[in-house]
Design a protein around this ligand. Structure first.
Ligand code: ADP
Ligand code: MG
Length: 613
């Protein structure tokens, strides 16, 4: 049944039920007339719910729908037509409301989609042409004027402006953008104008990824809803036999009707999804994208937070601060060859090398035979020549010997810096040292994380132990594990899980994707990270702002708390109601009113999560 049909049917039912109720309390119509009105409403409803109840019964599932159908039929049989109609309304209304709530949650993002720019002003042959966004090519220059929306992801070529990125990051403070800065599709230029080099459009852009994440989150809503059916599996047969037992004892059909009506676990059905939806909506506004309810649920049970070093604890924008010649090539040549090797790498270290080359006005060559060794380095080959850039292990991989001079340089520099060795063919020709700075809020964030709920923090890195120790101590992590290859990071996380820990892994991407996937919850930093990491992570922080972590953890725990409250409350009311109905204290109509308020209270309780900060 489509949503529209559902709503029409519900509207018909509720109008009939309301008419019947009015006419019977105000005695406008003869009793029989108002009874017929509610009977029609109830029968319409049975057609609506009974269909799915029958289907699940045939599959051997005692679901909520079955209980509801029994309640409606029982009420009809004993002549409590109005009570039957109210149960129908509740059940159908709950479903429609749930749909509505799910929609609301993704609306923050959908709004962005609707408002996304459709056209862009592109510079072609020195002329400004307005084209559709789909027709913008990568690498082209796009112009954005004051008050305009940025139509693509890209890097600022020229100009300076304040940009409001709230649509993507949830941060309402505008940020300064100037040459070289990254800008996102869907954000607004407030003051100033920008010329932007396009790095991603449409599907590939930040906005495109948000769209696909929202779609996925919507497709994944089924598992959450099933939690209520899990209870129903035991609950339904129990209530059904209880009803029959009571009837055999008392021979009072009104009591069974009340029992069935009040036992309908509608509130229970709503307990989890409404809370999940409310907090996902809240998170979306804060620039935190939750892929599915499962991630949120698991996050609340996490006791170890694993963080990657480069790009997560550090800014991921390392700088080359020393170039050492270790052979007969000049410094200029060492940088040029290193940049040639790193040209196609996305690793932060590669970016540092390319920046250095750019600063020196060096143009790297484009060798196409390129290999990445995650956690080790890169290598390019052309005809008989090769360039290898990486750490000691990388050189060992290719059996490239280290000269005494190189070893000396390594030992001296490795205490504080990451050293990248550069080899031409079989010979080391030089080295670059790179230092990366800590994110300025990392220490406070980790302290807050530790304080809230006694979480342990562990830093994993492929870098050498000296640098790892220095960075880890500055950041204040509880444990430091260095010299790890990407697959060893995965093994380490598996080890933690095997010991019974709930593990969340925070990483920026490039080679963290496997670790993000294997952790109980993967948290990807920033939409500008590597595509794969965002696809494998359950949670994505739209900006690479570590400061969102404590909030994320706190609200996830709060969500679980509210879900538990909801379930406890719903069950308590159900149970008490059933007991009172057994003893005949609650007539069917009152049963349906209690039942309705129960569901309403659960919903209101969940909506508190929308406001949480
Ligand atoms: P992290 O765990 O800190 O994110 P990685 O696992 O990405 O670090 O890399 C580990 C080490 O491998 C680096 O410290 C560096 O020595 C080397 N390495 C990785 N990628 C590159 C590259 N593109 N160029 C040079 N060295 C690299
Ligand atoms: Mg990394």
């Amino acid at each position: 049944m489509t949503e529209k049909q559902k709503i029409v049917l519900l509207a018909a039912c509720s109008t009939l039920a309301a008419l019947s109720w009015f006419s019977s309390t105000l005695s406008l119509l003869p009793r029989a007339m108002s009874d017929i009105l509610s009977l029609v409403a109830a029968v319409l409803g049975v057609a609506f719910i009974g269909h799915s109840a029958l289907k699940s019964l045939l599959e051997g599932v005692f679901g909520i729908d079955l209980l509801a159908t029994t309640a409606i039929v029982a009420s009809i049989v004993v002549g409590e037509y109005l009570a039957a109609a109210v149960v129908v309304l509740m059940l159908g209304g709950g479903e429609v409301l749930e749909d509505y709530a799910f929609k609301r949650a993704s609306r923050a993002i959908e709004k962005l989609i609707e408002a996304s720019p459709k056209t862009a002003v592109v510079l072609r042959d020195g002329e400004e042409v307005e084209v559709r966004v789909e027709d913008v090519e990568l690498g082209e220059a796009v112009l954005v004027r004051p008050g305009g929306m940025i139509p693509v992801d890209g890097a600022v070529l020229k100009g300076r402006a304040t940009v409001n990125q709230s649509s993507v990051t949830g941060e309402s403070m505008p940020v300064e953008k100037s040459e070289g800065d990254q800008v996102y599709c869907g954000t607004m230029v407030e003051l100033g104008a920008l010329e932007i080099r396009v790095t991603a459009v449409g599907e590939g852009s930040t906005y495109g990824r948000i769209v696909s994440m929202v779609r996925e989150a919507e497709e994944n809503r089924a598992p959450i809803e099933r939690t209520a059916d899990k209870y129903a599996k035991y609950f339904t047969p129990l209530i059904l036999s209880l009803g029959i037992g009571v009837f055999l004892f008392t021979r009072n059909p009104l009591r069974i009707a009340s029992i069935f009506v009040i036992a309908c676990p509608c509130a229970l059905t709503l307990a989890t999804p409404t809370a999940m939806v409310a907090s996902m909506g809240n998170f979306a506004r804060k620039g935190i994208l939750i892929r599915n309810g499962e991630s949120l649920e698991k996050l609340s049970g996490v006791d170890v937070l694993v963080l990657d070093k480069t790009g997560t604890i550090t800014t991921g924008r390392p700088e080359v601060d020393d170039v050492r010649v270790l052979g007969d090539r000049s410094e200029h040549e060492v940088v040029r060859l290193a940049a040639t090797a790193e040209r196609r790498s996305e690793h932060p270290l590669a970016q540092a090398v390319l920046k250095k080359a750019n600063d020196l006005g060096i143009k790297p060559e484009d060798w196409t035979d390129f290999k990445v060794h995650p956690g080790l380095g890169v290598r390019v080959e052309k005809e008989e020549s090769s360039i290898t850039v990486g750490n000691e292990k990388m050189l060992k991989e290719y059996s490239i010997p280290l000269s005494d001079e190189a070893i000396e340089y390594l030992t001296e520099q490795q205490a504080a810096k990451t050293v990248m060795l550069v080899a031409e063919g079989e010979k080391v020709i030089g080295a670059l040292t790179v230092s990366d700075v800590l994110r300025n809020d990392v220490k406070d964030v980790l302290t807050e994380v530790r304080m809230s709920g006694g979480m342990k923090t562990i830093m994993l890195t492929g870098d050498n132990a000296h640098v790892a120790k220095m960075v880890g101590e500055q950041a204040g992590v509880d444990e430091i594990v260095a010299d790890l290859m990407p697959h060893e990071k995965v093994e380490y996380i598996c080890g933690l899980k095997a010991k019974g820990h709930g593990v969340a892994m925070v990483g920026d991407g490039i080679n963290d994707a496997p670790a993000l996937a294997i952790a109980d919850v993967g948290i990807a930093m920033g939409l500008s990270g590597a595509d794969v990491s965002i696809e494998t992570a359950g949670i994505t922080l739209a900006t690479d702002d570590l400061g969102k972590l404590p909030k994320l953890l706190r609200i996830s725990r709060e969500t679980m708390k509210i879900i538990k409250q909801n379930i406890m409350f719903a069950m308590a009311v159900n149970l008490l109601g059933v007991i009172l109905s057994i003893y005949g204290f609650i007539p069917p109509l009152m049963a349906s009113v209690i039942h309705e308020s129960n569901a309403l209270l659960v919903m209101v309780n969940s909506l508190r999560l929308l406001r949480l900060d």
